[in-house]
Write a protein that binds this ligand. Structure first.
Ligand code: TYD
Length: 134
């Protein structure tokens, strides 16, 4: 599976159980890339936003493990908005998609699974530059 270029909402497996529920994600089964890195965003103060950039080479899966937030995406022509509030949904955000995350609820936890190691040179932090590069 190759990233399609468009964002996609993924319905992850879930095992509902009276003891509590369980979900999981496997590389190349549920997401179209190999996992290189996982990071998470937490303790976001009310009214703050994260992101505000695109990646040249990095594909990601973004999951609201706890709480809720809005994922705002832009591919240069089309805007996409996902309100995530369940830990069994993930959004695949392919490379070269502008992303901004806001409207974090109290105690929300965003987990991001990425296809590359961290590299500042992979970031495009200026929206006009991003549009020119498309
Ligand atoms: P950044 O990606 O800019 O945050 P946002 O979630 O708002 O897009 O990352 C913030 C800082 O954390 C930045 O200085 C680089 C550092 N960082 C790493 O060192 N490794 C990582 O995997 C990530 C995602 C960020």
């Amino acid at each position: 599976m190759r990233p399609s270029g468009k964002p996609a909402l993924i319905d992850l497996p879930k095992f509902l159980d009276l003891r509590g529920n369980l979900s999981f994600v496997e590389e190349e089964t549920h997401i179209p890339f190999k996992i290189k890195r996982v990071y998470w965003i937490y303790d976001v103060p009310g009214g703050e936003h994260r992101g505000g950039h695109a990646f040249k080479q990095t594909d990601e899966l973004i999951i609201a493990l706890s709480g809720s937030f809005d994922l705002n995406l832009h591919d240069g022509t089309t805007e996409y908005k996902y309100s995530l509030n369940r830990s069994y949904y993930g959004v695949v955000v392919p490379r070269m998609i502008w992303r901004m995350i806001d409207n974090f609820s109290t105690n929300s936890l965003a987990m991001i699974i990425a296809s590359t190691d961290f590299s500042e040179s992979d970031y495009i932090r200026n929206f006009e530059e991003f549009r020119k590069m498309l």
